[in-house]
Design a protein around this ligand. Structure first.
Ligand SMILES: [Zn+2]
Length: 335
């Protein structure tokens, strides 16, 4: 039970906390806010309690900030949550002293210029993205990737990106899918969609990386998982089912069923046998970095040929190709 000194009773007493509305003039405006106060349980007179006083001061200064258009503590906390970033990393990424955000959270009022930056960051993921790319060397790699992932998610959701919807569906359906495997599954979905639907299912182009084709934004979204499976808890719901039609879902599920059984490494080897990835690598040596785009036409030509070669009539026929490629790379390994 909390106690304080009562001047009337002249002793330490128990108290109870009550709430009342207080009005103050701030910038010629009458502003009302909740004020907490304490009552002596013995004599019912008001008593002073320091922690309530501090709380009221905080509430008051939040109101003053609101009226003056300065970012509030609540809003700064929103930024930290929204981008999964810590107080120190946020300060550093914005190019400020390490403890700047901590001081704001403890109640000191940001200068207008600093406040404006924070407000922009809260509103627009692209603003933080620019700072993050500029100052990523000032924070740990893990912190960088985690925040980058959150920014990507916000951007992808905002764009109602189809490749992201499909990725969510794949992650929901598959057990233990790593970022590497996800990329390869997406590649085959895209490839076979050009054969079965005569046009790509999503608009993104893969890049020809050393470890196979990679869709950059999806990579950035999940890369902090590194070689670990992506958690299904990443998403609150899977309503993407509503956004993909039955035909699309059938194709996606067939690729999942026929390729999802292989490890990320095996899938990587499988994609290395495909012409679009090879063409994207151009004259590069095996370990050479590249972000060359794998273009849609090359995808379409290749997968149309595969579709014809394996006499695919239905998406379930993808199994013929998958098992034949698997056998091919196994034979290759045993040579
Ligand atoms: Zn009293």
């Amino acid at each position: 039970m909390s106690k304080t000194f009562c001047e009337i009773c002249n002793e330490i007493v128990e108290y109870k906390i009550k709430k009342r509305i207080r009005e103050e003039m701030i910038n010629n405006k009458i502003v009302s806010f909740n004020e907490l106060y304490a009552i002596c349980k013995k004599c019912n007179n008001e008593v002073y309690v320091e922690k309530l006083y501090d709380q009221n001061m905080l509430e008051y200064s939040e109101k003053v900030k609101e009226i003056n258009g300065i970012i509030t503590i609540k809003e700064i906390e929103e930024i930290l949550n929204k981008y999964a970033i810590g107080k120190k990393p946020l300060s550093l990424v914005l190019g400020w002293g390490e403890v700047t955000i901590i001081r704001y959270l403890e109640g000191s009022t940001p200068e207008k210029a600093y406040s404006d930056i924070l407000k922009k960051v809260l509103e627009d993921p692209n603003t933080l993205y620019e700072y993050l790319e500029k100052n990523k060397d000032l924070i740990t790699k893990v912190a960088y990737k985690k925040t980058l992932g959150k920014i990507m998610e916000l951007k992808l959701t905002e764009d109602q990106s189809k490749i992201y919807l499909i990725s969510k569906h794949i992650i929901a359906k598959m057990e233990d899918i790593t970022p590497l495997a996800l990329q390869k599954i997406l590649y085959y979905i895209q490839g076979f969609s050009t054969y079965f639907f005569d046009k790509p299912i999503f608009n993104d182009n893969a890049e020809a990386w050393v470890h196979g084709p990679v869709y950059r934004e999806i990579y950035d979204r999940f890369s902090y998982y590194r070689y670990n499976p992506i958690s299904k808890n990443e998403f609150e719901s899977y309503n993407e089912i509503d956004s993909l039609n039955e035909k699309e879902l059938k194709l996606i599920d067939s690729v999942i069923n026929n390729f999802g059984v292989y490890s990320g490494k095996t899938l990587e080897k499988m994609t290395h046998t495909t012409i679009p990835w090879e063409a994207g690598r151009k004259e590069l040596s095996e370990e050479e970095y590249s972000s060359n785009i794998i273009d849609t036409e090359t995808m379409k030509d290749y997968f149309t040929n595969i579709g014809k070669k394996y006499k695919m009539k239905d998406v379930s026929d993808i199994s013929k190709y998958a098992s034949s490629i698997f056998k091919e790379i196994m034979d290759g390994d045993n040579k």
